[in-house]
Ligand binder design. Structure first.
Ligand code: MG
Ligand code: MG
Length: 256
């Protein structure tokens, strides 16, 4: 499958999907506090998805013989990097670093976004990890301009992250997105820059740096989904769905 480019009309549809993703993610974020379970947040997300006339993008998702993902959100706490399974038994506690990855499909078009939130008061290091990761996404998005190459995005992200003493995950990457959740091309969060396909207007990419406090290496837990840092140190994750236009990158997963 080659890299698909979307028309202006198609990008408008994806803008609508992106708005739904962003609004729901905002509501989930507002409900995050010590004492709430990731299962409750997942149920809340499912209800909101239904209210918006959309469908969850992750629930039932399967790839490479995996068991279908059971959640509407991916709920990853502390050393969990991505793909944490929401559960009523997982209660958020003061000081946790909580990543929510969330996507929907609306009228056949996908949107995908992620944020990492401090639960109550967190350590100085945790706060710094979250801020560096949030900023890494901004910097990656700024590199998503026509004429650049795909690895220029990752090179910019990696340089920022490593300058702060953290590491970028290699085992998971961003992706093209559109009528499918995962389309070509892959969007790595590392360099070297100057390599890979040339970015062109009409490409829509999910850019999603995953940043670890310690080693970049990850392991998968026995539930078949949850990825954790190999050294069990903290991890953070931010993601936006971004359209490349003549005028530069446009974030589609914004609330308005
Ligand atoms: Mg995502
Ligand atoms: Mg994604």
């Amino acid at each position: 499958m080659g890299v698909m480019r979307k028309s202006a009309a198609e990008i408008e549809r994806m803008r609508e999907t992106g708005r739904v993703v962003a609004r729901i993610l905002q509501e989930i974020a507002a409900a995050v506090r010590p004492g709430v379970s990731t299962g409750e947040l997942d149920e809340m997300a499912e209800e909101l998805v239904r209210k918006h006339g959309a469908k969850p993008a992750f629930k039932g998702y399967s790839q490479g013989g995996k068991v279908p993902f059971p959640g509407v959100i991916c709920a990853s706490i502390n050393d969990e990097v991505v793909h944490g399974i929401p559960s009523r038994k997982r209660i958020l506690r003061e000081g946790d670093v909580f990543s929510v990855d969330f996507g929907v499909v609306l009228d056949g078009w996908y949107g995908d976004s992620a944020i990492t939130l401090p639960v109550g008061r967190v350590s100085e290091k945790a706060a710094r990890l979250i801020e560096v990761t949030r900023r890494a996404l901004e910097i990656g998005i700024q590199a998503a301009i026509p004429g650049n190459r795909i690895y220029d995005i990752g090179a910019a992200i990696q340089a920022h992250v490593e300058s702060h003493g953290f590491s970028v995950v290699r085992d998971f990457v961003g992706h093209g997105i559109g009528r499918r959740l995962h389309e070509d091309p892959q969007v790595p969060n590392y360099g070297p820059g100057g390599k890979g396909i040339r970015l062109k207007p009409g490409m829509v990419l999910a850019i999603e740096p995953m940043v670890n406090e310690g080693t970049w290496e990850v392991e998968e837990l026995e539930d078949g989904w949850t990825a954790v840092t190999a050294d069990r140190k903290l991890s953070a994750h931010f993601e936006h769905t971004v359209a490349i236009t003549e005028d530069g990158p446009e974030i589609l997963t914004l609330p308005d």
